[in-house]
Design a protein around this ligand. Structure first.
Ligand SMILES: NC(=O)c1ccc[n+]([C@@H]2O[C@H](COP(=O)([O-])OP(=O)(O)OC[C@H]3O[C@@H](n4cnc5c(N)ncnc54)[C@H](OP(=O)(O)O)[C@@H]3O)[C@@H](O)[C@H]2O)c1
Length: 252
């Protein structure tokens, strides 16, 4: 299938890694639907990409925590495109208020509030599962469906348990646990979809300079969409049910 014929939906694509992913896929000639909680921000992001010469960009107001929005985007895609080729579950929050590098941060596992835990899981896990379920019938209509779940190296239990790992002391519980749960979703969904042409993978984009990643992050935003774009455009023989950063496998 030619890239020009594909349609991708990216959640939280009005800024940061999501917008960068939209830019990367758009430059490849893939039509992109930008999901944005704020309608005007989504329109502005789409205009920006069009201004860069990227065609086939659309935007839709979309909040991953709202079931009505899941059904609205499914209807939109059904009506305009008849299917979905690429779903990038990019929208995410880090509400822990913890400095990821400071184990004494406000919301360690012994201090995190149930509200922060619930709100984090609502966006980073429950919303992602429900949205994916709502869109699966459309993804099944694609000859080569791709689902990318924006996880984080901070979701890796193996690395969190290893005192020599660089993330050993970065323990913001709500965020980390939500990404671990998202990784479980990747593994279970890939198993569910075995025997189909659909591939599901978790992405660690790197520690990227965004509103979430902060200014101290070593990776420039222009690099931040690369892992998502790679996994969204995997060839037929590519992996499924994996966890990757720039083509390298990460431990669960
Ligand atoms: N930056 C990093 O170093 C890093 C590292 C590992 C993983 N990640 C993951 O990469 C993804 C993108 O992060 P980022 O760094 O680009 O963060 P960001 O700049 O804060 O952008 C997050 C995006 O998610 C959207 N969003 C938040 N809650 C939403 C909701 N309920 N419904 C729909 N959209 C929602 C935001 O919308 P608004 O503009 O309306 O707030 C924004 O568009 C996240 O899943 C994050 O966990 C990032």
């Amino acid at each position: 299938m030619a890239k020009e014929d594909r349609i991708a939906f990216i959640t939280g694509a009005n800024k940061g890694i999501g917008l960068e992913t939209a830019r990367g896929l758009g430059r490849m000639g893939i039509a992109v639907l930008i999901g944005s909680r704020d309608e005007a921000n989504g329109r502005a992001a789409a205009d920006r990409l069009r201004g860069e010469g990227i065609v086939g960009v659309e935007s839709i107001r979309f909040d991953v925590t709202r079931p009505d929005d899941h059904h609205a985007v499914a209807r939109y895609l059904e009506d305009r495109h008849g299917r979905l080729d690429i779903l990038v579950n990019n929208a995410g929050v880090a509400l822990d208020e913890a400095d990821f590098g400071d184990p004494r941060g406000a919301n360690t596992v012994s201090t995190v509030t149930p509200e922060v835990l619930r709100a984090t899981f609502e966006t980073n896990v429950f919303g992602v599962v429900a949205l994916t379920q709502a869109l699966l019938p459309l993804i099944r209509k694609s000859p080569a469906g791709r689902i990318v779940n924006l996880s984080s190296i901070l979701g890796s239990l193996s690395l969190h348990s290893d005192p020599s790992s660089p993330i050993y002391n970065m323990k913001a519980f709500a965020y980390d646990a939500s990404k671990t749960a998202l990784n479980a979703f990747t593994v279970h969904l890939a198993h569910d979809l075995r025997g189909t042409s659909i591939k599901v993978n978790s992405a660690h984009p790197g520690w990227v300079k965004t509103d979430m990643g902060g200014k101290a992050a070593p990776m420039e935003l222009s690099e931040g969409g690369k892992t998502s774009v790679q996994l969204a455009t995997l060839p037929e023989g590519g992996p499924t049910g994996g966890f990757f950063h720039l083509g390298e496998s990460l431990p669960w």
